[in-house]
Write a protein that binds this ligand. Structure first.
Ligand code: BJW
Ligand code: ZN
Length: 247
């Protein structure tokens, strides 16, 4: 930690990329690993357009179950620490692969959501937003008012393009970063997993916080194998007390 704190002092532009691990301490299951969502369900059975077309009601049951769970959880100390980090750098950008809105609930103002948001719905055919409130009945999935297409969650499935503006901004920010934190992500899913690589290639200090090593651990300048809800509040407290001491 001491070495990292020294290096952070000279950093003006900070980018943080988060994954499912940052919400694990809130009680939201991650995707991969034994306890992960995909220990129970195979991704290609649920998180693709083919799966949705073949079996929309099962896909909707899975999303309804996850929405219900999200209704019961709160941001954890890691989310709050990341919202405080906004104040600690001249420029700060939070990029998340998560669809759970927990960063916003913790007070983060601008969040680049790479994989959409599970709380929104859209048309599977024309992508028009579907704004009707209320639960989706898996046995009577509502239809788009414009084109009659089936309504689906507004998330990014495998094989689908990410929102162009969002992913372009994420790469621009990453390439300009002085320091890049990769937090709670297995760094397996692209293009998100290319962001730390791009940041490092453009000269950023790369910091990884994850309970386990990942494919980017070897290229990272600092690796902390700790839960983000434990490491980040500690780091932020240290940064804040250094600031007070410097004033
Ligand atoms: C803790 C912790 C604690 C636990 N503290 N840590 C280049 C190379 C190879 C393949 C591709 C490529 N480019 C594109 C592809 C194909 C594909 C891909 O990447 N496949 C790979 C798996 C091989 N990508 C795509 O299809 C993307 N689209 C695309 O690229 O379009 C262009 C294109 C089109 C057609 C063909 C080719 C290209 C779209 C990807 C969309 C991903 N969608 C999902 C589902 C979202 C909706 C939903 O929520 O239902 O997004 S998949 C799932 O994985 C979800 C996540 O956001 C994403 C990443 O997972 P994440 O967040 O890293 O979670 P986990 O579970 O994997 O890891 C958790 C980590 O936390 C672990 O490491 C733990 O150790 C750690 N942890 N507790 C800190 N307390
Ligand atoms: Zn439509």
């Amino acid at each position: 930690m001491e070495d990292l704190l020294k290096r952070i002092k000279s950093c003006k532009r900070c980018v943080v990329l988060t994954g499912a691990g940052v919400s694990a301490e809130s009680g939201v299951p991650t995707f991969r690993g034994k306890e992960g969502l995909w220990g129970k369900f195979r991704p290609e059975e649920l998180a693709t357009m083919d799966a949705f077309m073949a079996n929309s009601s099962i896909v909707w049951e899975w999303y309804n179950w996850r929405r219900e769970l999200l209704g019961k959880v709160q941001p954890n100390p890691g989310h709050f620490a990341m919202s405080e980090m906004e104040q600690l750098f001249d420029s700060f950008c939070l990029i998340t692969q998560n669809v759970d809105s927990l960063h916003q609930a913790a007070g983060s103002k601008e969040v680049l959501e790479l994989h959409g948001n599970i709380l929104r719905n859209k048309c599977a055919d024309c992508s028009s937003p579907f704004l009707d409130e209320g639960d989706i009945d898996p046995d009577a999935i509502p239809k788009c008012k414009k084109c009659g297409g089936k309504i689906r969650p507004d998330v990014v499935w495998f094989g689908e393009l990410l929102n162009e503006q969002v992913i372009n901004s994420a790469f621009e920010e990453s390439e300009q970063a002085d320091i890049f934190f990769s937090v709670g992500t297995s760094a397996l899913v692209h293009p998100a997993a290319s962001l730390p690589v791009a940041a490092k290639r453009h000269g950023a200090i790369l910091v990884e916080i994850n309970v386990e090593p990942t494919p980017i651990s070897e290229m990272a300048d600092f690796c902390f194998n700790l839960p983000s809800g434990q490491f980040l509040p500690d780091m932020v407290a240290n940064l804040k007390s250094e600031r007070v001491a410097d004033q």
